[in-house]
Design a protein around this ligand. Sequence first.
Ligand code: CO
Length: 142
Amino acid sequence: MFTRIHHVGIAVSDMEAALSLYGATAGAALLEREPSRDGTMEIAMLRLEEEGGGGLIELLSSRRADSAIGKFLERRGEGLHHLAFEVEDIEAALVRLKEEGYRLVDESPRPGAMNSRIAFLHPKGTGGALWELVEEAKERDS
Ligand code: CO
């Protein structure tokens, strides 16, 4: 089962303005900012102060009009893009959800931010909200 809300993904048209909004105004600290693996998007992950319970916010901006976020911005404008749930075992979660009839965007996990592994479900099967599953990088003994 899902263990917690891992992060909230927000589509933004102006990354600098969004970083100021969620950084300076909301007080979240920038953890990582980098292009998506295919280079079509820019992704920034921010964390709220732990005293407030923590929580991650993922800002997504487009570098090309035909990227997933570019199309989303054109269709829906800026705003809430996806809800990411943490799971212990992403392969097991995908097998179970597929067996239960959910449509998977990703049949197998792909690399996510901060060495996590992620997979998306199709929003038509999840009440209109795009779901992302996240399995965080496991601590490895060195
Ligand atoms: Co995400």
